[in-house]
Design a protein around this ligand. Structure first.
Ligand SMILES: Nc1ncnc2c1ncn2[C@@H]1O[C@H](COP(=O)(O)OP(=O)(O)OP(=O)(O)O)[C@@H](O)[C@H]1O
Ligand SMILES: [Mg+2]
Length: 420
């Protein structure tokens, strides 16, 4: 059986252990400290929280995933429905049901499943009732609360987002016996919620960074899994895997899974296997990628092409605009921002990266671009005017992050373009 799994939350047996992170988190939780946990997409946050941390903490978990929420109503429903995940939670549900039913007379209750009249949206005020009921239940059966993709609350119109956060905060701040973990993958938005003085959550949680798994431990883990299946993974091939994937856990496992599929027991893995594994992934993803490509405007496609060949080139600089044949840097950043909004790119400290390394490789191969220069380790990009205080500087509004966006687009350290 292929020992690698990707694309969703994975159980403990598919996770490289992270004892240091566990110790840090458990220390915070045991002292009743709420935690802000931020890390990039596919790093393994949800898997770690659900399958590694929560069982060690030994409490029942109340988990709400706020990804892609579009309305206050959706948030309140998600929070109420999450109560279903509890074992022995009949009492809790009764309390929550009472609160919800006052807002939605058409509520139908049967067993543990709750349904609401879609014509009657639930208001932010219900959040207080849900969390209060939860807190009361927590006094009898200790609870750990995990709010995943918490930053997506900021996708709501600013007034709605503020109302939701204010409601949450008004209860959470008094729940000294219920630890909360707020996990998120969008640094700007999470930073805004927890570090902007105007935010109800200002400085309300200890920050824990969910970075890549330490390379020695990750290397030993994948090597052992290949070895259990009779395959030898030499260190240089392991290094190439991590270089290609930037140690993003989900991408590492996707590449390892493909490597497993193109090899057999008693083989020593080499460059040819790795190339075949990448071919396999690009082949599997090509249909989807072609569809994505077909929907791009000419301008977007040329920006993507320049980015694929020049990942270190500052996007707001004149070189980027010249290479992409676009007259102004602001047009380039608008194109890149729109692809970020569509989830094709992500943006960190003014730099854009492809959402997955395999999409970048696909663009590269499709367009027959020159070789990509080696990428830096994640999080090592230094803006030109390195100012340690800058990261702490509040945006004009934590709800829109407007100042942060403008500032973060200032140039970075110039590099020579391989195309120029
Ligand atoms: N501890 C781990 N060791 C190795 N690989 C892992 C580990 N945890 C997760 N992964 C890999 O990462 C993938 C993504 O995991 P998960 O969904 O938990 O990440 P996430 O950070 O919550 O992602 P997202 O931000 O997209 O929700 C998994 O499918 C798995 O392949
Ligand atoms: Mg997740």
């Amino acid at each position: 059986m292929n020992p690698f799994r990707y694309g969703k939350t994975v159980p403990l047996e598919f996770q490289c252990p992270q004892p240091a992170l566990e110790r840090t988190l458990l220390g915070h939780l045991r002292s009743g400290q709420n935690v802000l946990m931020q890390g990039d997409r596919r790093m393994g946050k949800s898997s770690f929280l659900t399958h590694a941390l929560a069982p060690k903490f030994g409490r029942r978990v109340y988990k709400v995933d706020f990804s892609a929420v579009k309305s206050v109503d959706a948030i309140v429903r998600k929070m109420i429905w999450a109560l279903e995940q509890f074992e022995n939670s009949a009492n809790l549900l009764n309390r929550a049901r009472k609160g919800a039913s006052r807002a939605t007379p058409a509520i139908s209750v049967g067993g543990l499943s709750l349904s609401f009249d879609p014509a009657r949206p639930l208001a932010a005020a219900r959040i207080e009732e849900v969390l209060t009921a939860l807190g009361e239940g927590g006094r009898r059966h200790p609870i750990l609360c995990i709010f995943d993709e918490f930053q997506d609350i900021l996708r709501l119109p600013p007034n709605d987002a503020e109302a939701v956060l204010a409601q949450m905060r008004s209860v959470i701040q008094h729940q000294t016996d219920v630890p909360y973990i707020f996990a998120g993958s969008n640094r700007n938005r999470m930073h805004g919620i927890f570090n902007h003085p105007a935010s109800p959550f200002f400085k309300s949680a200890a920050t824990v960074e969910f970075g890549p798994i330490p390379i020695e431990a990750f290397t030993a883990w994948i090597t052992a899994r290949f070895s259990d299946g009779g395959r030898k993974l030499p260190a240089p091939i392991a290094a190439r895997i991590f270089e290609a994937t930037q140690r993003v856990s989900g991408d590492v496992q996707q590449l390892c899974s493909a490597l497993w599929n193109v090899s057999s027991a008693r083989e020593t893995l080499g460059d040819a296997h790795l190339d075949a594994a990448i071919d396999l992934i690009l082949g599997e993803e090509s249909k989807t990628n072609e569809l994505i490509w077909a929907e791009l405007s000419e301008r977007q496609a040329s920006c993507l092409q320049v980015l694929a060949a020049n990942p270190l080139l500052p996007p707001a600089g004149a070189d980027f605009a010249r290479l992409s044949g676009i007259h102004s840097a602001s047009t380039v950043t608008r194109s890149l921002d729109s692809m970020t909004d569509r989830g094709l790119l992500f943006k960190q400290e003014g730099r854009y990266s492809f959402f997955t390394p395999f999409f970048r490789m696909w663009v590269h191969r499709k367009l027959d671009l020159p070789p990509v220069p080696q990428l830096p380790e994640p999080h090592t990009y230094e803006p030109d005017s390195a100012d340690p205080a800058r990261a702490e500087e509040p945006a004009a509004s934590y709800l829109t992050g407007s100042r942060q966006r403008t500032r973060s687009l200032r140039g970075g350290r110039p590099i020579r373009s391989p195309l120029g």
